[in-house]
Design a binder for this molecule. Structure first.
Ligand SMILES: CC(C)=CCC/C(C)=C/CC/C(C)=C/COP(=O)(O)O
Length: 301
């Protein structure tokens, strides 16, 4: 649902004509059709509406022969009083042409974004104490801490310091590597994309980095997917516990939207990124064979 970047100037054409031919709002400047003319023909639809409906306009507009019509002369627009000696208006800037003629991909992305914003707002039922599920907010915030970077980093370091087997150390060393890689990638993408958190979010999170003012992707969702995949692959757990790990990851992701911290796409991409990060960690798996120095250093601590 593309929306024209500039509003349509509803002034009579004669009034428009008195201003600059490429001024804001003037069709020559790319002001799209008022009736939702974001499509390729929006500019000309707007022009023909004006020339056919507005009474009392300069007759030079209506006297235009078909061959002089702007439909035939792309990039120009007839102006009241504009004589043949006047230079034709400059052609539309490239970015305006793209705006008026959005690709299928552009429309699909904008529609997805609109659905995303609408759904995220609907699901943000714990965004504030006065929200419809506001009483659930403390529970959601507890879940938030369960997926925060600090407890996971400190917990891993603690277990590493207590581990007395090489196998245990190897797994924990890789978990530490995974958590650091996750922090780095999420910070990098947040800094590049710079998508603002939803307007209904209250910024009352426990210890954040400066990039955490941005929402894409959700760091909690990446960690949930990464850690749960890691646990499922490296810990021998009974089936009910495995189900619990998957449920935790899913509910943690959902809670990000319910708390109003994120839009749905932030969480969906976060899950995808976390899942992919595990594949990277698995591919670069650190062991005493390929990273002996790391393991020796740690064992001397
Ligand atoms: C070693 C180091 C740089 C630790 C920093 C740990 C830390 C403060 C992580 C931030 C975790 C956080 C609040 C992420 C934001 O999650 P979203 O789901 O809101 O994106």
């Amino acid at each position: 649902m593309p929306s024209p970047r500039r509003n349509v100037d509803a002034r009579p054409l004669a009034a428009s004509a008195s201003s600059s031919s490429s001024g804001p709002g003037s069709p020559a400047h790319g002001g799209g059709g008022g009736g939702g003319g974001g499509g390729g023909g929006g500019r000309f639809e707007f022009q023909s509406l004006l020339s056919s409906r507005a009474p009392g306009l300069d007759p030079t507009c209506t006297r235009l022969r078909a061959s002089e019509s702007p439909v035939h002369r792309r990039g120009s627009f007839p102006l009241a009083g504009a004589g043949p000696s006047q230079a034709p208006p400059a052609p539309l800037p490239e970015e305006d042409r793209m705006d008026l003629n959005p690709s299928f991909l552009g429309i699909a992305l904008r529609s997805l974004l609109a659905i995303d914003l609408w759904l995220s707002k609907k699901l943000g039922v714990c965004a504030g104490e006065s929200s419809s599920w506001g009483s659930m907010r403390p529970l959601m915030k507890l879940l938030e801490i369960s997926g925060h970077g600090i407890p996971w980093l400190l917990g891993t370091l603690y277990c590493l310091s207590r581990s007395d087997s090489w196998a245990g150390r190897e797994v924990l060393m890789n978990l530490l590597f995974a958590l650091l890689l996750d922090l780095l990638l999420v910070a990098l993408i947040k800094g590049l994309v710079r998508r603002r958190r939803p307007a209904h979010n209250q910024m009352d999170m426990f210890v954040t980095l400066s990039v955490d003012k941005y929402s894409f992707p959700s760091g909690h969702a990446t960690r949930a997917a990464l850690v749960s995949r890691f646990i499922l692959n490296h810990l021998v757990l009974a089936i009910p516990l495995r189900v619990l790990v998957v449920l935790w990851a899913f509910i943690l992701g959902l809670s990000r939207v319910m708390l109003g911290r994120h839009n749905v796409t932030d969480v969906a991409f976060g899950f995808f990124l976390g899942y992919t990060q595990y594949s990277i960690v698995d591919y670069c798996w650190l062991s005493p064979h390929n990273a002996p120095v790391l393991f020796l250093l740690w064992s001397q601590q």
